[in-house]
Design a protein around this ligand. Structure first.
Ligand SMILES: Nc1ncnc2c1ncn2[C@@H]1O[C@H](COP(=O)(O)OP(=O)(O)OP(=O)(O)O)[C@@H](O)[C@H]1O
Ligand SMILES: [Mg+2]
Length: 512
């Protein structure tokens, strides 16, 4: 069908980093082109150049055969290029329609145009089976639907070249399927899609062509039919990624954390965690499986003191409480890798080294009698960058200048390096490349082998199965069953995820 977009020798240099070097890429009309690469390889930067958010330092962009200059996103939109970003850019307090027409040049009087916009949005939503009500406030929508709003925003602007930067990272498997259907429909209509993802099976299932970036340069370009996940992993990381973890005999300690009849009701009055009792011993990983939105996040937030609970209690190392305070919980030796890193995990304008001591800065060795110990903080920053493979020029750069996956590694480093007794990890590998994902899973196992109690919340069953000692399946705020890993088949776990209760729930799969 012909080439709709061509990037020729694109180079983008930041003060301390060459993010893209002589990158060539050709996008065929009506096809899906996947862009792969490790965290910090330069994928988002390349797409940001194309979308006019950055200006490339070298190279040329051709759209439909003509060389173009893209100075800002308005230029990109005029050329029919639309982008869904790695981190959502919607305004939660506005409605879907308001978000979609926000910033549009043509909508000079947005209030007057709102009704017309709503009509057009409704029509588009119907066409792609999005089921979106333009009048809904974005804040009230689940993540998967917000994702569709982002896509609608791009379609509303009549883009025929769509860029999806890690669009699937926050979606449930069902939502991913829905998104894939949309992408297939779009390409059938002749639109072309550039997709960034770390999931190789998605690349295999959806794309026609793959370009792999490594350290800002093209490491390979292949037709999808001519490759396989092992080859792609090799191109990206330079080695095979196996996800094989050593299984050690468990050395169980006493119960480190326990909930008794915990009940969490959210602000809207909906019960998210219902009468839930569980125990985790030192030296074991309890993996919580389940479809996103079944109370896993609320459970994690309640036991770390981030949100209040209404009934029941939490026992941390023998001390029972009916009310928790974040700092207090932290000082009890509980670490937390939160679900939403941008709002609760990091302060983006602050440097890497500052974020690394965000929760500990007032304690020894980072502070001494109230005096901040700069040298120790500097040294710690450099050490963590090395140990956690954080890709950054130095520990002094603002966190916002890091790639998405490398920002995530800062939280991991901070929460794990203090060797917590209890670790609550929510989607710890989200947004990480395959090498880093393997690294993080190994780290969880290391924490357990060290004797920590680990609560792992993940919507990726693969992750749960790889590292957990026991698996609890959560559905509508309750455990449908708790089993020893290996005791239940995948299809049994699937049934529990869909709400079927396992008969011997009382046993909780405990080894005691
Ligand atoms: N605004 C910026 N200022 C300085 N350096 C930056 C900026 N944005 C990105 N970089 C650097 O450019 C490199 C490429 O980053 P980019 O965000 O493109 O990676 P990525 O491939 O999208 O990674 P990820 O998979 O983690 O999202 C990184 O080394 C990053 O630190
Ligand atoms: Mg990125």
């Amino acid at each position: 069908m012909g080439i709709v977009l061509e990037l020729e020798k694109i180079t983008k240099i930041f003060p301390k980093v060459i993010a893209n070097k002589d990158v060539d890429l050709k996008l065929e009309q009506g096809e899906v082109h996947a862009l792969l690469g490790e965290n910090g390889a330069g994928k988002s930067t390349l797409m940001n150049c194309l979308y006019g958010l950055y200006r490339q330092d070298g190279g040329k962009i051709y759209v439909r055969g003509e060389e173009v200059t893209i100075n800002n996103s308005d230029d990109a939109i005029k050329l029919g290029i639309g982008m869904v970003h790695q981190h959502f850019m919607l305004v939660p307090e506005l409605t879907v329609a308001e978000n979609i027409i926000l910033g549009l040049k043509s909508a000079k009087e947005p209030l007057l145009n709102l009704a017309a916009a709503e009509k057009k949005i409704k029509a588009l939503s119907d066409k792609y089976n999005f089921g979106i009500n333009p009048k809904d406030k974005v804040r009230t929508l689940p993540v998967g639907i917000q994702q569709r709003v982002e896509i609608l925003k791009v379609l509303y602007r009549e883009a025929d070249i769509l860029i999806l930067d890690e669009a699937t990272a926050v979606l449930t498997p069902q939502e991913v399927d829905e998104l894939f259907k949309v992408v297939k429909k779009l390409t059938k209509e002749g639109k072309s899609v550039l997709i960034i993802t770390h999931k190789l099976e998605e690349v295999m299932a959806l794309s026609n062509q793959v370009t792999v970036l490594r350290d800002g340069e093209v490491a390979g370009n292949v037709r999808t039919v001519d490759t396989n996940p092992t080859e792609l992993a090799n191109m990206m990381v330079g080695r095979e990624v196996l996800f094989e973890f050593e299984e050690k005999e468990m050395d169980l300690k006493e119960v480190y954390i326990e909930t008794k009849n915990l009940k969490v009701v959210d602000k809207k009055g909906v019960t998210r965690v219902n009468d839930l009792s569980m125990k985790i011993h030192g030296g074991e990983i309890l993996g919580i499986a389940g479809v996103d939105g079944n109370g896993q996040n609320e459970l994690a937030e309640a036991i770390t003191g981030m949100i209040p609970f209404q009934e029941g209690s939490v026992v941390i190392k023998g001390v029972e409480k009916t009310k928790l305070d974040v700092r207090d919980v932290y000082e009890q030796g509980v670490s937390h890798i939160p679900q939403d890193r941008h709002h609760t995990g990091l302060v983006l304008p602050m440097s890497i080294k500052e974020n690394l001591v965000l929760t500990d800065h007032y304690l020894e060795p980072y502070s001494n009698k109230g005096v901040f110990n700069k040298d120790v903080v500097d040294e710690h920053g450099a050490e963590m960058i090395e140990q956690y493979y954080i890709k950054a020029p130095d520990a002094g750069v603002p966190t916002r200048e890091l790639s998405g996956g490398n920002q995530q590694k800062i939280i991991l480093a901070r929460e794990l390096c203090r060797e917590p007794d209890i670790l609550v990890a929510v989607q710890p590998s989200r947004g990480l490349d395959i090498g880093a994902t393997e690294f993080v899973r190994q780290k969880l196992i290391d924490q357990r082998d060290r004797g920590a109690a680990v609560l792992l919340v993940s919507t990726e069953l693969e992750e749960i199965l790889q590292v957990s000692d026991r698996i609890a399946v959560m559905y509508e705020g309750e455990f449908m069953g708790v089993v020893k890993n290996g005791e239940a088949s995948i299809s049994e776990i699937g049934l529990m995820m869909a709400g079927t209760r396992r008969s011997n729930i009382e046993s909780q799969g405990e080894v005691e």
